[in-house]
Design a protein around this ligand. Structure first.
Ligand SMILES: *[C@@H]1O[C@H](CO)[C@@H](O)[C@H](O)[C@H]1NC(C)=O
Ligand SMILES: *[C@@H]1O[C@H](CO)[C@@H](O)[C@H](O)[C@H]1NC(C)=O
Ligand SMILES: *[C@@H]1O[C@H](CO)[C@@H](O)[C@H](O)[C@H]1NC(C)=O
Length: 556
């Protein structure tokens, strides 16, 4: 419902506006009231129905608990993907496959049949397991973490499939949508279906849902690392986004970014989620997807931590959960070479085998691609990042660079210090809530852009800087920051010399700004008229207080 604010009554007419006829106005007001009453009645009916359905579901849940016990019910629910308390044959499939020993991957293979007349390419997986010492919980020797919980992780030492053959055609989902020819203009291969309003997907799942449509190729590629990839993460932003970075007459270079995760456990163990920060990479393919010139997909490894892990240690997905972050040195897929035809026809249409049983396979010569337009790798990566994380519309500079800039421009630094990364999927902490709410709201973006230099850093990185004696000025900056830090996320406003003038802890911030459902319900009508998201208002206040304290201390 659009609301007209005072001073926004539409274009003024010439001369003094005639008084509006009173009768139709009252009629409209009445109609509006009628609509509100009807809406309220509909809301009440919907609530009554929801309460009835809820009561029924609770009763069924209760009886299921009686027959299965907590852990039995937990296992049952992990298979009951549609949460209707019945297991359909589709939902039972992973268990049937496990018990009968048939390969679960086979069911997806059917969707990618090979045609002997088309081009194929071989993709190799390179994998170095997660370094256990990089985990925070390694500090006390994994005290209190059961061996069982980590067994799926410890067992995962090699790629599930070191090499696999794909048809060039299978990569068609990486082509841009029809009509999309702008370099750097992102599109979604797999759209994100989650937001702060929809919440997240259940932790209590072991087997990925069967991939559909464009998910199939991504699922199959990620299956080369581990048999249980989920192409849609439990938390936003989900999906896969891509953009063009080069165009020629016949070819595209497409860069992509994928948020996906793996389930490392199987029943009867509890779920263990392994979420790399992101998968990125590029593909060079012909515009009709009959030829793939190059393909690479990898987890970036340039930061000191790049994987979030969450595991359950009991049959309650809300309270029995452990979290840690770690570093995986290598997780990478690469095409061995361009795609080549597996059979070749001579001029008469007779088949010439390209791989004769004796002797060398035929050598192919590939035409050189002449790119007409190109975009830098950095710029493309930035565009994909902003598509996933709108809060990145303002630049977040590396830590020390931010202070250099602040000095040069005589501005304050807005800094976020946190345990895991702010701009990938490896931090499932309050940083996630922040970036999906306040940090991407337009008034905050505008103020940050205008009055601050922004940065975010990992606690681990500042600790390294603190212990590095070689650069005393960087050490000083890190000292001043860490002094004010408390777990898990601290937001700070600093002078260019590093002095922190104001700070707030994210958990505290989220506590004071969280709206309980009752609050929203009681305010159902006044809410929309004075709507200003309380967390945005509070963050605004935080920034303004930082400016109030900091601006007078800046060099004149
Ligand atoms: C780990 O590997 C061992 C030996 O191959 C196997 O017995 C065990 O079931 C595996 N555990 C998990 C969780 O995969
Ligand atoms: C930031 O400010 C610059 C210059 O004032 C403007 O061009 C740009 O669009 C702004 N960006 C955002 C995200 O507000
Ligand atoms: C930074 O500058 C402010 C204001 O000039 C000063 O009060 C503060 O002591 C300085 N901090 C450091 C660490 O030099």
């Amino acid at each position: 419902m659009g609301r007209v604010r005072p001073g926004e009554r539409g274009p003024p007419g010439p001369g003094p506006a005639p008084p509006p006829p009173p009768a139709p106005r009252r009629a409209r007001a009445l109609a509006l009231l009628g609509a509100l009453v009807a809406a309220a009645a509909a809301v009440a009916a919907a609530r009554a129905y929801a309460r009835h359905a809820e009561a029924q579901a609770a009763a069924r849940q209760e009886s299921a608990l009686k027959s299965l016990g907590t852990e039995g019910l937990f296992l049952f629910s992990s298979l009951d993907t549609d949460r209707d308390l019945y297991i359909s044959p589709e939902e039972f499939k992973p268990i049937a496959e496990k018990l009968t020993g048939s390969a679960p991957a086979a069911s997806y293979e059917e969707e990618l049949p090979l045609d002997p007349s088309e081009e194929t390419l071989t993709i190799e997986a390179r994998f170095q397991p997660l370094i256990p010492e990089s985990m925070t919980k390694s500090k006390d020797g994994f005290l209190g973490v059961s061996r069982l919980a980590l067994s799926g992780l410890r067992n995962w030492t090699t790629a599930a499939l070191p090499s696999a053959v794909f048809a060039a055609r299978h990569f068609r989902p990486f082509l841009p949508p029809r009509g999309q020819v702008e370099l750097g203009e992102p599109w979604w291969i797999i759209p994100s279906e989650l937001s702060v309003f929809t919440g997240y997907l259940s932790n209590n799942r072991f087997y990925p849902p069967p991939p559909k449509g464009k998910e199939v190729i991504i699922h199959r590629l990620l299956s080369m690392f581990h048999p249980r990839p989920f192409v849609k993460t439990r938390f936003a932003p989900q999906g896969a986004v891509a953009c063009l970075t080069a165009i020629s007459d016949f070819y595209y270079t497409v860069m992509f970014r994928i948020h996906a995760e793996f389930q490392l456990s199987e029943p009867p163990d509890f779920p263990f989620w392994f979420s790399p920060g992101q998968f990125t990479g590029h593909i060079i393919l012909s515009k009709d997807a009959t030829h793939v010139r190059d393909f690479r997909l990898f987890v970036p490894n340039h930061r000191s931590l790049n994987v979030d892990m969450e595991w359950l240690y009991g049959a309650s997905e809300n309270s029995n959960m452990e979290v840690d972050i770690g570093y995986i040195p290598q997780m990478e897929l690469e095409a061995v070479g361009p795609s080549v035809p597996s059979v070749i026809l001579d001029e008469e249409g007779n088949v010439i085998d390209s791989r004769p049983p004796s002797g060398e396979p035929l050598q192919f010569v590939f035409e050189e691609i002449k790119w007409q337009q190109e975009l830098s790798w950095e710029e493309a990566a930035r565009r994909l990042e902003v598509a996933m994380y709108p809060f990145k519309k303002v630049a977040y500079l590396p830590f020390t660079e931010a202070f250099d800039q602040a000095k040069a421009k005589n501005k304050l630094v807005h800094s976020i210090l946190l345990w895991g990364a702010l701009d990938d999927q490896s931090c499932h902490c309050s940083g996630r809530t922040l970036r999906e709410t306040v940090l991407e709201s337009s008034p905050i973006l505008a103020l940050l852009n205008e009055s601050f230099i922004s940065t975010w850093s990992l606690v681990r990185e500042l600790e390294d800087m603190q212990n590095n004696q070689e650069n005393p000025s960087h050490k000083k900056l890190a000292d001043l920051h860490l002094e004010k830090y408390s777990f898990p996320v601290e937001m700070m406003i600093c002078l260019p010399n590093g002095t922190v003038v104001h700070h707030i802890n994210a958990n505290y911030f989220l506590d004071i700004t969280s709206m309980k459902p009752e609050d929203i319900e009681n305010n159902v009508f006044s809410f929309s008229s004075t709507f200003e998201d309380p967390s945005t208002a509070t963050y605004m206040q935080f920034l303004k207080e930082g400016l109030r304290r900091g601006l007078p201390l800046l060099q004149p």
